[in-house]
Design a protein around this ligand. Structure first.
Ligand code: FAD
Length: 386
């Protein structure tokens, strides 16, 4: 048992959940850990290669059923996210966007033909997907989106732009949300369709081992059957975000665990004043507080995962998890950095990389403030959004 699991929470996992966790931990140890500092520094990640390997292991869309998807439990999916993010938040983002955003949107709202065409290839990692909701001028408030889809005969014509879209520059398919005369609708857009361009966003100081892009849609003509028939209104993309946020609740714990494990090892071997750092009471107080927060976050994730598996998980409950676990993971990473002293800012240790990554995780999939407002609305019955 890991010394971090103070409450023996692992004992509540099933044998299958533990096995899935062990497999993902191994692939992260083999394929991510040895290289990720270099990917991060270079701002380049072999996403396509990783997607194929993750596809072979059944990690892409793993909580979905049919169409080549593994059909695992929500808790197993969460544990996979935790292990992937212990490697790097960017690697977990690759899997989250593929499975919980792009694939989930098609799986839940797509036609049978769309599902047959895209999901098996996406589950195998042969086709990479992206999810375009955010726009340059509309982030927290997607209801104000200006990307437009208009009818021209039977066709749809899409115009507008999407910003900060994970995987966009390398994606084969984009699930793009646009305003129509009837309200918000989703479209399955081949990224090589005439009029679609995806430019990589450079100079990111966070999530550097992840590809992020801007999508320009310049009179993109699509056949009628490109529309997701089941996606009616903004609640459709929001339901996809709820799905992905559940993975983030778990994933953030992975980044925090890696920081804590690194720091525990460091504090027990580094000596100052003739004693290991871990022997100082102030260090132990920090470690104790961080481990308590980590265990609380794990408990929260387990509860949300069990609710999801029972089909009872509500969006505001996911907001509780996303708000708490990302905020606390970031606090853990920052505090761990202090224990590593100057080495804390070095890329030879993963702590600063995790802290920088978690800044993006704090912002995407609903900022902390937006999740506070969701919870505030649930508590008071009053919407403070507008
Ligand atoms: P804004 O909405 O402009 O908010 C700025 C600040 O104002 C925030 O602190 C926010 O909390 C606060 N604020 C806004 N409204 C309120 C309010 N009513 N009350 C109080 N405070 C408020 N999007 C996608 O669609 N697909 C992706 O794949 C994707 N990947 C991403 C990857 C990365 C690395 C990053 C950084 C972002 C990604 N995003 C993606 C975009 C992300 O979802 C948005 O950045 C996020 O929704 C916030 O929007 P914004 O950046 O426009 O900030």
């Amino acid at each position: 048992m890991s010394p971090l699991d103070l409450l023996d929470l692992d004992s509540s996992l099933s044998e299958e959940e533990r096995q899935i966790r062990a497999v993902v931990r191994q692939v992260v140890d083999d394929r991510v850990r040895p290289h990720v500092a270099g990917w991060y520094e270079a701002g380049q990640v072999p996403a396509r290669e990783l997607a194929r390997e993750f596809g072979k292991l059944g990690l892409l869309g793993m909580h979905l059923t049919g169409y080549g998807c593994a059909g695992s439990s929500a808790v197993a999916y969460g544990l996979a996210c935790l292990e992937l993010e212990a490697g790097d938040s960017g690697v977990r983002s690759l899997v989250s966007v593929q499975g919980s955003l792009a694939m989930y949107a098609i799986w839940r709202y797509g036609s049978e033909a769309q599902k047959q065409h895209w999901l098996p290839a996406m589950a195998a990692g042969e086709a990479i997907g992206c999810f375009g909701l955010t726009e340059p001028d509309h982030g927290s408030d997607p209801a104000s989106m200006t990307t437009r889809a208009r009818r021209d005969g039977d066709d749809w014509v899409l115009t507008g732009s999407k910003m900060w879209i994970t995987n966009a520059p390398i994606a084969e398919v984009g699930v793009i949300w646009a305003r129509t005369d009837e309200g918000v609708r989703g479209f399955v857009v081949p990224m090589d369709a005439p009029g679609v361009t995806a430019r990589e966003i450079g100079r990111k100081m966070s999530l550097r081992a992840s590809v992020t892009g801007e999508i320009a849609l310049d009179d993109v003509r699509l056949p009628a059957d490109a529309q997701l028939p089941g996606a009616i209104g903004l609640k459709a993309p929001l339901s996809c975000l709820t799905e992905a946020r559940h993975g983030i609740v778990w994933g953030a714990l992975g980044a925090a665990r890696d920081c804590l494990e690194t720091t525990l090892a460091y504090a027990t071997t580094r000596t100052q004043f003739g004693r290991p750092l871990a022997a100082f009471q102030l260090t132990q107080a920090k470690l104790a507080d961080l481990a308590v927060e980590w265990n609380k976050g794990y408990l929260l994730a387990l509860q949300l995962g069990r609710l999801a598996d029972a089909g009872r998980l509500r969006p505001e409950q996911v907001s509780v998890g996303k708000l708490n676990n990302v905020r606390e993971a970031l606090a853990i990473a920052r505090q761990c950095r202090t224990i590593l002293g100057a080495n804390g800012v070095s890329g030879d240790y993963p702590v600063m990389r995790h802290a920088n990554n978690l800044e993006s995780v704090l912002t995407y999939e609903g900022t902390s403030e937006i999740h506070q407002l969701v919870i505030g609305q649930k508590l008071t019955g009053i919407s403070a959004f507008s």
